[in-house]
Design a binder for this molecule. Structure first.
Ligand SMILES: Cc1ncc(COP(=O)(O)O)c(C=O)c1O
Length: 372
């Protein structure tokens, strides 16, 4: 091949189609990060004119860019506590907020790959009639009672950042079954222009704005972004998708082994036996912040990658409390103070996990005995 195009082209399209088929959605828009995917979901919903209001319930246990677009696009975010069991949205608090605020939208995170209580959330969606955005950026490959994560929201996002379940180095994707939301996200991804639309949709947009078709794609129904993925990233993604079943098996097996070895010593996320967890990390909960800090320093001493779960409560992050009151949800605050991550990746061996757990357990017991 001479002069390969390399920017967004046929490989991106093939990658979008392959992900849509794998996850089970009609349409996908690939973009350059999970954060961009979240922003595209918010903005597509806003531009669609379908929203009853700009109130949105956001999870406290999330990533900054799960919530940032709400602030950037002038939504009114209302924070919901985390569920003790899944670390996703707390159902009782969610219902209380739905009754009180009647928001047009709820944003959900499938926290670290462990599905939220989707039966209850989907029931609330029916009862209170809101749009559901599903941030599955750290949850690709998981499924809830046989249904794949990434198929619950009116729109869902994934991130294929380095270190996620599968990677295109940087990258993200929005998926949906709604043709209109897809079309808007598709245009917003690339400047807000009509370029690349199918002929029928193109004609609809031109007619709607009384613009004569002079054969150019340079017509901009929306004030968009440039969030395009490139064909070389898509090339990697296409191959990564071939490994999905293997990597789910590996990550799920690792997750179950962590659970087995840490039961009774630390708290962790719970799920039922019909649920498959393709987790990004294993999140454990120490008994106190002090104990957590001691364990993470011991893990680091032993060259084991770890991180405190400061994303457990976004309402304690400066970008939030500069604008809104600090969020003091009980469970979210416990995650923020006591949560820490243990590594999960497909080639981790059982003896690696046994070693990692032994270091974490030794540190916790030492701390609990008062030796530290
Ligand atoms: C839940 C969640 N949402 C969004 C993102 C953002 O994804 P990206 O790093 O691709 O922008 C992440 C990143 O880890 C995440 O964990």
């Amino acid at each position: 091949m001479t002069n390969p195009r390399l920017t967004m082209g046929s490989l991106v399209k093939a990658y979008e189609n392959k992900w849509s088929r794998w996850v089970g959605r009609k349409y996908s828009v690939a973009c350059n990060s999970g954060s961009s995917a979240n922003l595209l979901m918010y903005d597509a919903l806003l531009q669609s004119g379908k929203l009853q209001n700009k109130k949105i319930i956001v999870p406290s246990s999330a990533w900054v860019t799960t919530i940032a677009p709400a602030i950037q696009l002038g939504f009114e975010p209302i924070m919901c506590d985390a569920d003790e069991s899944s670390f996703g949205l707390d159902i009782d608090h969610l219902e209380e907020l739905l009754l009180k605020h009647k928001p047009g939208t709820v944003m959900l995170v499938q926290v670290l790959g462990v599905p939220a209580n989707m039966d209850k959330i989907m029931q609330l969606k029916e009862d209170y009639d809101f749009f559901l955005l599903e941030d599955a950026c750290a949850a690709m490959g998981s499924s809830y009672r046989g249904r794949k994560i990434g198929t619950f929201g009116d729109m869902s996002s994934i991130s294929t950042y380095f270190g996620h379940q599968f990677s295109t180095v940087e990258g993200g994707m929005v998926s949906t079954d709604d043709k209109e939301l897809y079309t808007i996200a598709f245009m917003l991804r690339s400047h807000g222009w009509i370029n690349g639309l199918d002929p029928e949709t193109r004609a609809q947009y031109l007619n709607k704005h009384s613009i004569k078709d002079i054969g150019t794609g340079f017509v901009f129904p929306y004030a968009g972004y440039n969030f395009r993925l490139t064909d070389d990233h898509a090339f990697i993604g296409l191959r990564q998708l071939d490994r999905m079943e293997w990597l789910i098996r590996q990550r799920y097996g690792n997750h179950l082994l962590y659970q087995k070895l840490l039961t009774g010593l630390f708290g962790f996320q719970m799920f039922d036996k019909d649920t498959t967890v393709c987790s990004i990390h294993f999140c454990a909960l120490a008994e106190s912040e002090d104990e957590r800090n001691f364990i993470t320093s011991e893990l680091q001493e032993n060259s084991i990658e770890t991180r405190p779960f400061t994303s457990g409560n976004q309402g304690l992050q400066p970008y939030w409390f500069k604008k809104y009151p600090k969020f003091n949800g009980q469970t979210a605050t416990r995650l923020y103070e006591c949560g820490f991550f243990l590594p999960n990746y497909p080639t981790l061996t059982n003896s690696d996990i046994e070693h990692i757990c032994s270091v974490a357990i030794k540190a916790a017991l030492e701390h609990r005995k008062g030796d530290r």
